[in-house]
Each structure stands twice: as C-alpha cells, then as structure tokens.
Design a protein around this ligand. Structure first.
Ligand code: FMN
Length: 115
C-alpha cells in the first residue's frame, strides 16, 4: 500500500475529536423482541446521537466506510459473530458548512394507503 494511503487509513479516527462506534448486539429470544427490531434500534441509537450532538452545538456525521464491514476490524474490537457495527458517529466542531446535495422528491419516496 502506498505511504499516503497508509497514512489516510491510520488517521481515519482522527478526523473528529470523538468517534463513537455503535454495535448492534441482538439477542435471539424466541418470544422476545425480533432481531430485526433490535438491529433497527442500533440505527436509532446512531440517529439519536446525531440529533443530541447537533442539539448541543456540535457537528456530527454517521459513517460506516469499509471498516464497518470487515471481519478483521470486528475481531480487533472484540465483537462476537452475532454483533455488527451499525456505524461510527463522528462528533466535533464544524470548521465549515456541510455541502448540500440534490434531494429526491418526497412524492417519489412516499406512498399513501387511503382507507
Ligand atoms: C447508515 C449510514 C452509513 C453511512 N455511511 C457513510 C459512509 O460510509 N461514507 C459517507 O461518505 N457517508 C456515509 N453516510 C452518509 C453521511 O452520514 C451523510 O452525511 C448523512 O447521511 C447526512 O447527509 P445527507 O443530509 O446528505 O443525507 C452514511 C449514512 C448512514 C445513515
């Protein structure tokens, strides 16, 4: 790997003063909360963390990137086979405004089921 790429990977978690890794850790309980709902809950944790950080005056971003999907990283973090990284929440003070992007029309993303 070229040296500049090594440096890029080595400093990924230094792009913000705080990075919180959120791990989905569903428990398989036959009459309990479905695994799917437990997994969604990890996403809700991420989203709430973003909102809390933003409400507290910080900038925050939810990233996964390749290291959220790599078994070697899971091993280093001590995850079990049933656990998965839901995301890394980068939190810090914004140095510039985020770039806007084209947004899809809400009309094309939603559907109504009339009574
Ligand atoms: C589950 C999840 C994973 C994401 N992973 C990445 C990522 O790996 N790289 C990236 O550039 N953006 C990623 N994003 C998007 C950024 O967090 C994005 O800035 C955020 O969704 C807000 O931007 P938006 O308002 O344009 O959607 C991810 C978003 C979510 C919800």
């Amino acid at each position: 790997m070229p040296q500049d790429r090594i440096e890029h990977e080595r400093t990924r978690f230094e792009r913000a003063p705080l990075v919180v890794g959120v791990v989905s850790s569903p428990k398989d309980c036959p009459r309990g909360t479905p695994v799917w709902e437990q997994e969604l809950s990890a996403g809700a944790v991420c989203m709430n963390m973003l909102l809390a950080a933003r409400a507290s005056g910080f900038a925050a971003q939810w990233l996964t990137e390749w290291y959220a999907f790599d078994g070697r990283v899971d091993d280093i973090l001590g995850l079990s086979k049933s656990e998965r990284i839901a995301g890394f929440i980068y939190i810090g003070t914004a140095t510039e405004d985020p770039l806007e992007r084209p947004r899809p029309s809400l009309k094309h993303l939603t559907k109504s089921w009339p009574a």
